[in-house]
Design a protein around this ligand. Structure first.
Ligand SMILES: Cc1ncc(COP(=O)(O)O)c(C=O)c1O
Length: 415
């Protein structure tokens, strides 16, 4: 019988229902400690990076609070995430605002709170931040997102640092941004930022990237600009199947050998690494059916709950929570949604299962719940956090009637 820490998943399914995301607090703690520990071992005590958890990966307030208590800072990419960060009690000094389309409301909120930095994605954004900061009588600290034209990331759809990607600015535009910032009274440009993708298993990518950042720093300084902070992004891979993992100590050594000598404050933005392997999506088999010689398992979880397989053809391990040694059978595993792409796996060899059995999708702690939707008017799933013997529903399952009640039928449509 599968457990999350000391709690049986069967108990959670019975008491909370399915589909439900279940996260292990111990696993999140140990991931955070592995990363901060690798940095502590490689870098001097007074030069430790600001680890800003990229909360797009999993923004449940309980998860944010857990990470904050471990000493993590946070990175947000929307007004909503910024509001979550503030609500979870992160000190504004520990909040970094990123996002390729920051709204005026988000910028204003960040300025009023006094966040650590805005990551600038366009020169229009720089001008808007200066204008809003002026109206509030504040000065915004900014770093420019460099698009280094470096490929990285598990698949093309989560690669962000190549020249055809929408993210960041070419080096010329970073230089132009610095020049413009000099003429603005309400922004202070202090450095550069880059993030080339997620699930970056090509470990040497980081070395190439750090060297680009060092070159850019030298050129910017030669032009008389201040580079006192470098944000080296996230992208640390986790294992879904058999991916090569990043050697954290090698990564930390590149930071030490390439970034540290630049004498800058270092910022990191890991998301998936801290929470991805800490979570599963718990689901029930609704039906088993055979058609045209194929065996389908139809689940109560669908692409609306976990979209990664449909969106990125991502692989998630699937395991029944009980009867795990029944003879293997080859299945196509599908959700209940009326979409052909609502398929989690094809030709997957699994222990024989039948209606009523419970199973989990592994490594579902990152980019799972946060990407869920109401497609086909399904309610959003519940989220549960386990710690040792205890568990708490940290996000109750959405109520379908409440969801429908949000709709408005115009008076003029009534008979
Ligand atoms: C700007 C930025 N920072 C950090 C992250 C976190 O990436 P990961 O979850 O791969 O660490 C992302 C993810 O897309 C991102 O876009």
């Amino acid at each position: 019988m599968l457990h999350a820490e000391n709690v049986s998943l069967e108990t959670i399914a019975r008491e909370v229902g399915t589909p439900t995301y279940v996260y292990s607090a111990a696993s999140i703690r140990s991931q955070y400690e592995a990363l901060s520990g690798a940095m502590a071992a490689a870098l001097p005590a007074d030069r430790q990076p600001l680890i800003c958890y990229a909360c797009k990966a999993n923004s449940a307030l309980a998860v944010l609070t857990l990470l904050k208590n471990l000493g993590s800072a946070i990175e947000t990419v929307s007004e909503g995430e910024l509001r979550r960060a503030l609500k979870a009690g992160f000190s504004p000094d520990n909040i970094v605002c990123e996002g390729v389309g920051k709204s005026a409301a988000e910028i204003k909120l960040g300025l009023e709170a006094g966040i650590h930095q805005f990551n600038i994605e366009s020169l229009g954004e720089l001008a808007l931040i200066n204008q809003i900061a002026q109206s509030l009588g504040k000065t915004a600290t900014v770093v420019f997102r460099l698009n280094p034209d470096v490929a990285g990331g598990g698949v093309e759809k989560i690669s962000t640092g190549q020249k055809h990607n929408k993210f960041g600015l070419s080096f010329d535009l970073v230089m132009a941004g610095y020049e413009q910032a000099k003429t603005m009274n309400h922004v202070e440009a202090v450095g550069i930022f880059t993030h080339v993708g997620s699930q970056v298993w090509q470990t040497e990518t980081f070395e190439i990237l750090f060297k680009r950042l060092a070159e850019a720093t030298t050129q910017l300084r030669a032009a008389g600009h201040t580079v006192s902070r470098i944000d080296i992004g996230g992208g640390f891979p986790i294992q879904y199947k058999d991916e090569k993992l990043l050697d954290l100590n090698a990564y930390a050594r590149w930071v030490r050998d390439i970034i540290l000598p630049l004498d800058v404050e270092i910022v990191l933005e890991p998301g998936r690494y801290l929470v991805g392997n800490a979570g599963v999506l718990l689901s029930e088999v609704l039906y088993e059916k055979e058609s045209h010689g194929r065996n389908f398992l139809i689940l109560d979880a669908g692409m609306n709950d976990l979209i990664r397989p449909a969106l990125y053809e991502a692989y998630h391990g699937i395991e029944p929570i009980a009867n795990r040694s029944t003879p293997e059978k080859t299945y196509d595993v599908a959700g209940p949604i009326c979409e052909t792409s609502d398929m989690f796996a094809t030709d997957r060899s699994l222990p024989t299962m039948s209606a009523g059995d419970l199973l989990v999708f592994k490594s579902a702690g990152a980019y799972g719940y946060v990407m869920s939707s109401n497609y086909n008017t399904h309610s959003l799933p519940a989220e549960v956090l386990v710690d040792g013997d205890n568990y708490t529903v940290i996000t109750p399952r959405q109520d379908i009637e409440e969801l429908i009640a949000r709709d408005v039928i115009p008076d003029w449509l009534h008979d």
